[in-house]
Design a protein around this ligand. Sequence first.
Ligand code: FES
Length: 150
Amino acid sequence: MGFLDEIYKDIILDHYKKPRNRGTAEDIAAEDVKVISQEGLNPSCGDELLLHLAIETSTEARLKDVRFSGEGCAISQASASMMTVALRGKSIDEALALSQHFKEMIQGKGINESLGELKMLQGISKLHARVKCATLAWVTLEQALLNQKR
Ligand code: FES
């Protein structure tokens, strides 16, 4: 990952080696939440990711818990881990907006301040072959949220 600053690389590797919020739907304390699960696939390598969202059933409909499992490269796993941290407490609209900003950054279309720590992944925009790795968790998130809105 020579394209990333050393500091960023350390944080990304830390998320890869010690992923935050790795788990299944059973790991979610299911009080006053609706749990939705969504499979995601990176078609370029065949790696799969499973995402579980716990959405509050109150009128607020905020993401109370987010878990993920599945296998993939360091970038996909670090991106998923960082995403789960960033999403906690967000409303569905805020989560969709963050996802949009993240995809724009990875596609080299600008960096929104709301991305916070996720900005550490901006170097991936220079590695086109890894864009699908970095966005796998986010595309899966969007599918999950759009499905549950229906
Ligand atoms: Fe499969 Fe990155 S190589 S997700």
